[in-house]
Design a protein around this ligand. Sequence first.
Ligand code: ZN
Length: 405
Amino acid sequence: MSSCRACLKERMLSFLPLGTHPPANAFLTAEELERPEFAASLDTHVCLDCGLVQVPDRVPPEFFRNYLYVPSAAEATHVHFRRLAERVRSDTADGDHLLVDIGCNDGLFLSEAGTLGCRVLGIEPAANLAAMARARGVEVFNEYFGRDTALDVRERYGPAHTIVTTNTFNHIDDLHGFMSGVVTLLDERGTFVIEVPHALDYVEKNEFDTVYHEHVSTFTLKSLVDLFSHFGLVVSDVEPISIHGGSMRVFGRRAAVSQPGVAPGQWLARELEAGLFDPATYDAFRQRVEKLRLDLCALLNDLKQAGRRIAGYGAPAKGNTLLNYCGIGPDTLDFLADRNRLKHGLYSPGMHIPIVPAEEVLKQQPDYLLILAWNFADEIRLQQEEFRRRGGQFILPIPEPVVVS
Ligand code: ZN
């Protein structure tokens, strides 16, 4: 990469070559296993000016027309979206104000907001997800978001008082095109709310697997401040949220009606102090990730040598990044158990491990479960209490491999 997709500057550092990977959400049917699989190199970069961690976008856009990630599969997500809906509702005095969710997925957040009385509209490029959202009673515009879509929506529905985008901004290659759409659609006194993973957690917790071809960016607050400044927006507030391994909720408003808040200043200072703009930080990060790979492979090999049976829990996209980077395949993991029925009967991209329903864990009772959806580790350990009671143990791969009895 020659320039940063947020601040557009050119001090890019390529710090973590992860090898060649298929798209991390490109699950395969049994017939597709026989055909050649699309794959591209995955080299993680950082912009030393704004700290945006990023990879080049190499996935054809049509890929997102049928998408298998559905947040409703995790219970923690329900609670999270209900709280976000309450938060947005309390900021919206007039019930007639329009709330838009860009990348609304299966409509879970907007249906929560709708029950609180908000007037809601989803924008979602994936046709299968748009259909699921409509089945929840959410009105959906089935399009990619950019300036043209924003003009179209504004003409039909009026300006948006609140625009929300959760775990979507990190999928966007053309951030400036997206932002141009946001300022086109946003009311003059409106608020733009972004939820994305925070690069500080990525660095401090060794979350290398959260950056892949479809998650092209992990943001610092600095990168959002710089990006917003190109569009006349300021970061008016920011707060931490625990979902997806450490995320931030960032509030943007027009500079004409708002000032940067106190919390954003504190976050910027913390990012600077943590060395997020210093090449040495990323050199150390690469060494920790390489050690993590060696340690995890050694642990799994030792268990296999001792005759233990191991399976994976969760088949999230980041799990595929981890499996492909470490070269962990079906000779090590018997299956990946996942609650998302859209994935059942499919095979993981690259490593071709079969995905089965979560109930298979108790039916087959492996000795160990490698938790690939590590951001939901607490919830998974509760759900799999019976597996543990029968002697099963958990392996957490991140921030470093550890066995939890
Ligand atoms: Zn930058």
